[in-house]
Design a protein around this ligand. Structure first.
Ligand code: NAI
Length: 724
């Protein structure tokens, strides 16, 4: 074991009582370390080499198999598997090894290989116990399920689950087969179909683990499970078996399909349906089900949805890494960059955005002062924050602690102490500039100054600063607690270091940073607006809102553009659209102005495109003989793609991957399509541009192809497109 992980292990277990018996025999592999203690219990420690996190790669599984062969040859009294990483047990299979595959039989072979290793573990003729702390997910959970027993640390950081559906697959290392028998089909399928993770106590309640215990008892509990394996009450066992009975399965499966279809259609997300079919058909015959489980996952993982969702996972990692370099640098050179650990955040403007940004920072553990010229605004901030904290923290003392971290500060006394200052006052150049004049002399020398402006160029705002290079945009999206993306807006004069600090801070508050150029609408609003305006035009032409929304959700958008505009607020949409209109020539439909003038602002005013009752849109279906135009989806999506191509050409973000990441995490763009530019690549730009040509003829110049479209555009005659 490496020195680091030894230390980690010591830290994690030094409260435990009693200490395990002294190891009498030890063997050290690359990733696994075997110890046999004086009581004849084998301890298999997992500590993946050269990795901060334990994941199951092919090499790790191969070495585990070899260890199991040795254990099998000289059977101990029992085997306890544990992790030597402080951050958790096992995060899952190594996603880097999820393809591409030549074909599904290559994938089947690999998955079967993993299954055999876990079968090896399951067949050991001695009690086997997974001793879990921190995350135990995916393949890690499947390994635990292959043990005869499981004990987990009862701690908020312990999370267990099988989140494979989020990557477009389902458990493939035996999890789909084992869990329904262990905990009963309803609980098992619910967990696997939703992909959600649960606490140690919740896992104990459903029977996924045998015990959730405090740290001081963890080892003792694992040892006791070897010495005196717990059993399940016969009544519970019978009930769990009944839920997997061949007569019950078709009924439950039909209910599950109905539930799943409300969340995701099979054509976009096939994995949940494949899992239900697998269980419904084969749960009575576990060996057969294992083989079919591998084949099913192989089919899914080689399909477009899974490959695109895996791509989205890596795009997310790429965004996270944008926040990393600054953290490292600040370690080496703290005086020149933001301190690695931000202590105090000061937010100015306690309105819709500032209030929620302040609450979010307090939720993440920072000391926060929030300044507003209006008392009522500050009272509202605290009220909304309390709702958020109660939702996120179950325990009252945690809610109270978060409330204590969030201080209303009418006079702005927090400015002098703050490491990060976020301005979120009215969208008005003079107001913001005059605030900065007053702020700058009072700020700490190295404090980060950020603005949440959604439309004013950073260069304009920074004109009044003595050090204009210190201003950066931190463009949050509404609602702050839901939207993961934060655009880090770089003005032409913004210091590189400041941009990196802003990205690092964004990671510290658990959001995803994306650096964008200071240009009208930045990336997300700019790409979204033409799509929303096209929806408004369609509605003005008489196409019912539900039809427009359905076209978008049919493509895979999480919410249709009409409902989205109502949710964002039609006044806000109008103001962003007008700015883009002035600066980039976007046409703003009269219909939008008309609704705003009538006070129909969307969900918040009870009326927008839709009417709202108790916050829910009342959607009128069109009459039976209504026939929608055949180009609704194209009109919406192609305008979005065209604007994305323009942003790429203008270098608003660095490259197509980051653009895709921004649009997926900033707008919810159909994740299973892998992002707009990836969608263009997969569909081939030629047919899409052909359709743009048709739309231009029908609807005019707004469908003019931007020259930023990928190279293939050259092949399409008559589109006007050239290559970039
Ligand atoms: P808001 O109107 O809800 O809140 C602004 C708050 O700032 C008000 O409570 C006001 O009393 C306070 N304020 C104004 N001048 C002040 C000063 N000198 N000192 C202290 N407090 C002052 O505005 P909202 O919607 O929160 O927008 C704030 C900023 O965030 C704007 O720059 C806007 O463009 C941007 N933004 C807004 C989004 C939205 O969806 N509302 C989304 C992303 C960015």
């Amino acid at each position: 074991m490496s020195t680091n992980s030894s230390a980690g292990q010591k830290n994690r277990t030094n409260n435990q009582d009693p200490a395990p018996a002294e190891a009498s025999i030890q063997t050290q592999g690359k990733h696994w370390r075997y110890e046999l203690d004086d009581e004849g219990i084998a301890w298999l420690h997992f500590d993946k080499a050269n990795s901060a996190t334990n994941v199951l790669s092919a090499a790790v599984l191969e070495e585990l198999d070899a260890q199991l062969a040795l254990i099998e040859n000289k059977l101990p009294r029992g085997l306890i598997i544990l992790s030597d990483k402080q951050n958790g047990f096992i995060a899952g299979a190594d996603i880097k090894e999820f393809g591409p595959f030549a074909d599904s039989s290559e994938a089947t072979g690999l998955i079967r290989g993993g299954q055999l290793v876990f079968e090896h573990l399951a067949q050991l003729q001695c009690p086997t116990v997974s001793m879990i702390h921190g995350f135990c997910l995916g393949g890690g959970m499947e390994l635990a399920l292959a043990c005869s027993h499981r004990v987990a640390l009862d701690d908020p950081r312990t999370r267990l689950g099988l989140p494979e559906v989020k990557l477009g697959i389902h458990p493939g290392f035996g999890g789909s087969t084992r869990l329904p028998h262990l905990v009963g089909a309803p609980a098992a399928m619910d967990l696997m179909l939703s992909g959600r993770t649960i606490s140690a106590r919740a896992a104990q309640r459903i029977g996924m683990i045998d015990a959730a215990v405090p740290e001081r008892q963890l080892k003792r509990a694992a040892i006791m499970m070897v010495k005196k394996p717990p059993t399940v009450a016969p009544g519970k066992r019978r009930w769990r078996a009944l839920t997997n009975n061949f007569l019950v399965r078709p009924v439950l499966a039909a209910m599950m399909r109905r539930q799943v279809s409300k969340r995701a259609p099979a054509s976009h997300y096939p994995a949940p349906y494949a899992l239900i079919d697998l269980w419904a058909t084969h749960a009575g015959n576990p060996p057969k089900m294992l083989a079919e489980e591998a084949a099913s996952v192989a089919r899914l993982v080689t399909g477009a949805t899974a490959q695109n969702l895996i791509r989205v996972f890596f795009l997310q990692e790429q965004l996270k890494s944008q926040g990393k370099s600054a953290s490292k640098k600040s370690n080496r050179n703290r005086s020149k960059t933001m301190p690695l650990e931000t202590q105090h955040v000061h937010v100015i403007g306690g309105g819709v955005m500032g209030g929620d940004i302040a609450a979010w920072c307090a939720l993440q553990g920072f000391q926060v002062t929030v300044q507003d010229q209006r008392h009522e605004a500050l009272a509202q901030v605290l009220k909304r924050a309390s709702v958020l904290f109660k939702k996120r923290f179950k325990k009252t003392y945690l809610v109270q602690a978060a409330m204590d971290r969030l201080q209303p500060d009418r006079d702005g006394l927090g400015v002098e102490r703050a490491d990060v200052i976020i301005e979120a006052i009215f969208e008005n150049i003079e107001a913001k500039q005059s605030l900065y004049r007053e702020l700058e002399p009072r700020m700490k020398k190295d404090a980060l100054l950020a603005t949440n402006t959604s439309s004013i160029p950073i260069e304009t705002l920074s004109e009044v600063l003595k050090r204009p290079e210190r201003l950066v945009g931190l463009h949050f999206f509404n609602p702050v607690a839901k939207m993961q993306l934060v655009e880090i807006v770089r003005g032409s004069g913004t210091d590189d270091k400041v941009v990196k600090q802003a990205a690092a801070f964004t990671r510290q508050i658990d959001r995803l940073p994306l650096t964008v150029k200071s240009s009208p609408g930045f990336l997300v609003n700019r790409v979204l607006m033409p799509y929303l305006m096209e929806a408004v035009l369609l509605e003005a032409e008489g196409v019912p809102g539900v039809v427009i929304d359905k076209a978008a959700t049919g493509f895979g958008m999480p919410m249709g553009p009409i409902e989205l505009a109502d949710t964002v607020g039609l006044d806000i949409c109008l103001s962003v659209a007008e700015i883009l209109g002035e600066q980039l020539g976007l046409a703003v439909p009269e219909r939008l102005r008309q609704l705003v003038n009538e006070g129909r602002l969307g969900r918040k005013s009870g009326q927008g495109f839709y009417h709202y009752k108790d916050g829910k849109a009342l959607k009128e279906k069109p009459g039976r003989d209504y026939k929608a135009p055949d180009d609704v989806e194209d009109r919406l999506i192609l305008r979005l793609l065209n604007e994305a191509a323009a942003c790429l050409r203008e270098g608003i973000v660095e490259g197509a991957d980051l653009l895709d990441a921004g649009i997926i995490f900033g707008t919810g763009f159909a994740p299973f399509r892998g992002g707009p530019m990836h969608y263009v690549e997969e569909s081939g730009s030629a047919p899409l541009l052909g359709r743009m040509g048709v739309l231009k003829q029908r609807h005019g110049e707004r469908f003019e192809v931007d020259v930023g479209w990928p190279v293939e555009a050259e092949k399409v005659p008559g589109t006007g497109a050239t290559t970039n």
